[in-house]
Design a protein around this ligand. Structure first.
Ligand SMILES: [Zn+2]
Length: 450
């Protein structure tokens, strides 16, 4: 079995080729959002499959389930008595957004200092490179069974994930699952993501009049629908900015200290704007619910006229804490909106998504193997972090494979700007990620199947 220094040297030797592989993947604009050309998603599936075939893996397939976008499934059988590890990443990316906000072309990988810029350079083509790199580094010393599953539609919410699990249930079965689609704590400090918030949403509609009327003739005794909806939205938080919907789960305060200074820098909060809510910042992000208004339909300023708007609607998005049941959370939100209708206006709530949160067990053999590998690769102990965002399919994985250890590992750092303009990956960190994953697999190989 390869020891730490041998592996470190091997990873250093193979890393330039891995960076070249990453560049080639970033050049494929594999945006899974339906408005974009889906041929690019097919091309990226093919490019990823080719990399795995070139790696010497015999069983590499491009697969789909239902109407899904193409995923890549590859298998290396487990040696007798050894565990199988499922390595997950996704090859689709977010749309580039407003290209004028990018300093470099989104689909032309550009290296500046230690970072490679480009859409997908971090999220999540770096995840693919982490898995591929670990296999390349270990070569014939792999010592565990490996299943690779690279999804092509994570960025549109993995709509066919449960179909994949149903169709490939036995092929995807594993003792441990490594999801390389999260972030490390900061450059130089690795992390294991042990909690994720879930997500529920709804559209709330307010009606006050059967039709729009002259705001001079009728304004005064009647409040327009936009004002009423704004007042209703304002009830969702208390005066300090804490979520005011009752009956929602709140988790314990995390052990990690996320300073206000770091949060302000990471989020781009404008100078002088105060923070909302109470408790630690990490707690507000990871273990408490949060509500945002992500869409609002009302007359635009350009098309406004002097009328009382009869109807308005908003999309309410609520992040829910680990341990919260999504259906109960949506019910609590719905009840709050209906019970707080200002002036008894007509309020209708249209239910939306139900995404489950995730909370890892306090400890497991696979988590210990991962922490030991991270500590070796970085020379510093990893921290447990939560993520305020959601990866709903993780809950689906846990439901189908309740005995599997799920390890959510990072390829991003706080400045990676996944989904935003100028997305990037720190290549010095990525090399450590590859080494850490090789060490993790090698640690798992030293155990017999669980
Ligand atoms: Zn991702």
């Amino acid at each position: 079995m390869s020891d730490h220094t041998t592996l470190q040297t091997t990873v250093a030797n193979i890393f330039p080729d891995l960076v070249e592989d990453l560049r080639n993947l970033v050049r494929i604009p594999s945006v899974s959002a339906p408005a974009f050309d889906q041929q690019h998603v097919a091309d990226s599936a093919q490019a990823v499959a080719d990399l795995l075939t070139k790696q010497g893996i015999d069983d590499v397939r491009i697969v789909s389930a239902g109407q899904s976008r193409p995923a890549v499934l590859a298998k290396i059988p487990a040696p007798e008595g050894k565990p199988t590890v499922l390595l997950y990443a996704h090859h689709d990316v977010q749309p580039p957004g407003d290209e004028s906000s990018w300093n470099t072309p989104p689909f032309e990988p550009t290296e500046i200092g230690p970072r490679m810029y480009g859409r997908g350079a971090a999220d999540d083509k770096a995840g693919i490179i982490a898995h591929l790199g670990a296999l390349r580094a270990l070569g014939d010393d792999l010592g565990v069974g490996v299943t690779l599953f690279f999804e092509g539609e994570e960025e549109i919410g993995s709509p066919y994930f449960t179909e994949f699990l149903a169709q490939y249930r036995e092929e995807l079965r594993a003792d441990a699952i490594v999801v390389a689609d999260s972030a490390n704590w900061k450059v130089g400090v690795p992390a294991l993501t042990t909690s994720l918030r879930g997500l529920v949403d709804c559209v709330v509609e307010v009606e006050v009049l059967s039709h729009a009327v002259h705001s001079g003739m009728f304004g005064g005794p009647v409040l327009d629908a936009v004002t009423v909806l704004a007042r209703l939205i304002a009830t969702l938080h208390d005066a300090d900015g804490n979520v005011a919907v009752s009956g929602l789960v709140q988790g314990a305060e995390p052990a990690v200290d996320y300073t206000e200074e770091d949060f302000r820098a990471d989020s781009g909060l404008l100078g002088g704007v105060e923070l909302a809510g109470s408790g630690t910042i990490a707690g507000r992000l990871w273990t408490k619910p949060a509500i945002s208004i992500i869409g609002f339909d009302a007359p635009s300023v350009a098309l406004s006229s002097n009328t009382l708007t009869s109807r308005a609607q908003a999309k309410v998005s609520m992040r829910i804490a680990p341990g919260q049941d999504p259906a109960q959370a949506l019910e609590a939100l719905r009840s709050h909106l209906l019970e707080n209708a200002p002036l008894s206006a007509r309020v209708t709530v249209h239910d939306g998504e139900l995404g489950k949160p995730f909370l890892a067990p306090a400890d497991s053999a696979a988590m210990r193997a991962a922490r030991a590998a991270f500590a070796q690769a970085w020379g510093t102990d990893p921290v447990d972090i939560g993520i305020g965002g959601s990866i709903p399919f993780i809950a689906d994985l846990l439901e189908v494979y309740p005995d599997a250890s799920i390890l959510v590992t990072g390829v991003e750092d706080p400045d990676s700007r996944a989904h935003g303009a100028n997305e990037s990956v720190d290549l010095v960190e990525l090399q450590k990620v590859v080494l850490a994953e090789a060490l993790l697999l090698s640690n798992l190989a030293q155990k017999t199947g669980e």
